[in-house]
Design a protein around this ligand. Structure first.
Ligand code: C2O
Length: 399
């Protein structure tokens, strides 16, 4: 790539509550595809002990980097935060609309880029360029719970993959993909019970989850608009932004904000279904019982809240689970576009949309990537393990 130098976006938003990227001039290079696939992403619940240690070590080293380093864990979380909740504004002629990487066709490719650089940084930190980001395999029964590796220990000091800001009620529960609409009344344990009646309930709940994934990937995800979302700035994505602004204002006023059904209009099934539910299930107290006055989970400020880290877009990147969650979201896109034959948009506006990301923690530089660069994971040097792709239990789970 050709080297150019550009000034970084002004870091002047007075509402920022996270570290700014360093305000220095850094080189920007264009992305060049990787020559070979060197990284195979595997399910987080099936890692051998050696790989588990690697993952912990890498994230531990990332946590230890100074916050001023754009590849530090704090700065990586801030990257995600700055692209949602209205931290960036489009230019004033656009009436200063907040810019967001969610709620539109930007969602899938932007997050693919983001975790790609996160994965590279982890590999670099442990000097292993074959290191691949493990994924939270929530679309298979054995992965329908928080993988053990993220729960071990009692603090981030003894396990860098740990995060205390989660909904503890669901730590050992079976994932509930209906949690947003109508959370299950009683928590079903993640471990399959031996008692026949309890086992029947468990099997039923697993089947319900599998059907949801089937709807997301197959029945309701036909075509790029349905699966990947609407064009940014389309009518409906504007309405979404207005709705979000309004609900934020209401939240700031201490009123509870219910997820409006129209909020999801511009999102594709990839974003709106399992992805969102897994966030909320991990990071929010049961919406049926939690109120603003009586929060269910203790947050960073020591006070009870209804939503913590994963449960809110702005803070989600502070939980290491986020990146393994998004590796599976990415895998769902990968399966859709390979095995299921889904095609992306052929609109040049989408294909040529580009973002820059930091690369190389030792001497950070910015890499510019276009959506067309990331449509094929092999050009990013990674792939997903063949074993779990051969199985895909949801593929035959028509409701
Ligand atoms: Cu940027 Cu799962 O969200």
């Amino acid at each position: 790539g050709e080297k150019v130098t550009e000034k970084l976006v002004e870091c002047s938003d007075p509402n920022r509550d996270f570290p700014c990227p360093p305000a220095s001039r850094v080189p920007i290079v264009d992305f060049t595809p990787e020559a070979r696939v060197t990284r195979v992403r595997r399910p987080a619940h099936l890692l051998d002990p050696e790989y588990q240690e690697k993952y912990k070590e890498a994230v531990g080293k990332m946590r230890a980097l100074d916050g001023s380093n754009p590849l530090s864990f704090a700065a990586q979380a801030a990257v995600h935060q700055s692209y949602c909740d209205g931290h960036y504004r489009l230019d004033p002629t656009e009436k200063n609309r907040p810019f967001d990487v969610h709620f539109s066709w930007i969602f899938a490719p932007w997050h693919r880029m983001y975790i790609y650089f996160y994965e590279r940084a982890l590999g670099q930190l442990i000097g292993d360029d074959t290191f691949a980001l493990p994924y939270w395999n929530w679309d298979a029964p054995a992965g329908m719970g928080i993988p053990a590796i993220f729960k071990q220990g009692v603090s981030t000091a003894d396990n860098p993959l740990y995060d205390p800001y989660r909904n503890m009620e669901n730590m050992d529960a079976l994932l509930d993909l209906d949690y947003l609409k109508k959370p299950r009344r009683d928590t079903i344990p993640f471990e399959p019970p031996t008692d026949p009646a309890a086992r029947a309930k468990y099997d039923d709940a697993v089947q319900t989850n599998l059907c949801t994934i089937y709807l997301q990937q197959v029945r309701d995800g036909k075509g790029p608009r349905a699966f990947l979302g609407e064009k940014l700035c389309s009518e409906s994505s504007f309405r979404v932004k207005e709705i979000n602004e309004r609900s934020k204002r209401r939240q700031a006023d201490g009123q509870s904000s219910k997820v409006s059904p129209s909020k999801s209009q511009s999102q594709g099934t990839l974003e709106r279904m399992a992805h969102t539910t897994v966030h909320v299930w991990t990071g929010r107290a049961n919406p049926a019982t939690c109120s603003a006055e009586q929060g269910g989970v203790v947050g960073h400020d020591g006070k009870p809240h209804c939503q913590v880290d994963m449960g809110f877009l702005g803070t989600a990147g502070r939980d290491p689970l986020f990146y393994s969650h998004h590796a599976n979201v990415d895998r769902m896109w990968h399966i859709w576009s390979t095995r299921l034959g889904g095609k992306g948009f052929d609109d040049p506006e989408w294909l040529d949309t580009s973002f820059v990301f930091y690369d190389d923690y030792r001497s950070p530089r910015l890499v510019r990537m276009k959506f067309r660069d990331v449509l094929d994971a092999t050009r990013l040097g990674y792939t997903y393990d063949k074993e779990s792709e051969a199985a895909l239990p949801w593929l035959n789970s028509k409701p």
